[in-house]
Ligand binder design. Sequence first.
Ligand code: PMP
Length: 383
Amino acid sequence: MNNAISNNVQSIEISGIRKFFNKVEKYPSAISLTLGQPDFKVPQRVKEAMIKAIIDGKTTYTPNAGIIELRLEISKYLKNMNICYSPKEVCVTVGGSEGLLSVFTALINTGDKVLIPTPAYPAYESCVKLVGGQVVNYNLNSEFGIDFHELKIILDRVKPKIFVLSFPSNPTGAVLSQIDKNKLINVFKERDIIIVSDEIYSALYFNESYNSIAQCEALLSKVILVSGFSKMFSMTGLRIGYVCAKEEYMKHIMKVHQYSVSCAPSIGQWGALEGLLSCNEDVEFMKIEFEKRRDFLYEKLIELGFECKLPKGAFYIFPSIKNFGMSSEEFCERLLSEAGVAIVPGTAFGVGGEDFIRISYSYSMAQLEDAINRMGNWIRHLK
Ligand code: PMP
């Protein structure tokens, strides 16, 4: 241990997704399907709103919680999805990332237990450890949904303070079904546990209706919703996310948010506002394109001998590589060095990711076709 550095910081590592992304630099002709960054342009109206905001001099600090116009629109947008938070219960953050860290910082005392799914987006575990919390994993079932039998046992045994829910999921593409939502409501209505629900991919789901635990008004006093616009408006670099929570949590989350960032970037906030007001069609277009890519990849992966679940949201597919007799790290290392395709080993998403790989289809169809051809040739010559 290095005494100069905090023990909590030393207990975490740089994300495995970035590690693999960085390796690609050594292979200039490789195709990278590693990042969760849509290849679509920011909607034209969002761009224009941001240019106007610059010209109008809207470059000062905004209120800590974000411009009221945006908080109002977020509240309305959520209302359309049957999620009821007032504008006062919304804080605009520097991406979902700052939202997550601010929430965990506000809630966690040293040693507090936090239940986190595995596999899952790696930031949950790292943020919890960073602020001294204790991570306890819960496994997902073979469909990447919640295993309720196991969940109830863990809840009774561990008695966590916080339960992290993550649908639509990065890395699996699974969504919350209506049945599972109802089961979750039954499990949590009796328990005194805070639910942190990360729904950053809520605009990208391919089934008919969207399910969120936050749609249950009776539970809303214990639900903290984290979301944002990086994926919805393809604006990852503009860094606008949000947190919704009832006043008793929000007033404390706001303190962390204020002292770490003051406010989210002003220009991006005006852009996100325009997105909510007028860019529904752009989001629908993107969704249809993602669905085509998903279908293409799913079919090809099955043809190549992968076991694979059809993703129902986000833009990731998470095939099993059990049939290939390699660890997920080895599979990805070899695929990169021998076939020139970079994807992320499932283990970057926790212990539950062993034997899986994550492929992001937030890349163009041409890149996906090229990558799948390379994979196919490589697999045919294996052994
Ligand atoms: N949650 C999940 C599940 C994610 O996949 C990401 C980004 N990949 C985030 C939160 C953070 O997103 P951002 O900070 O870009 O808004």
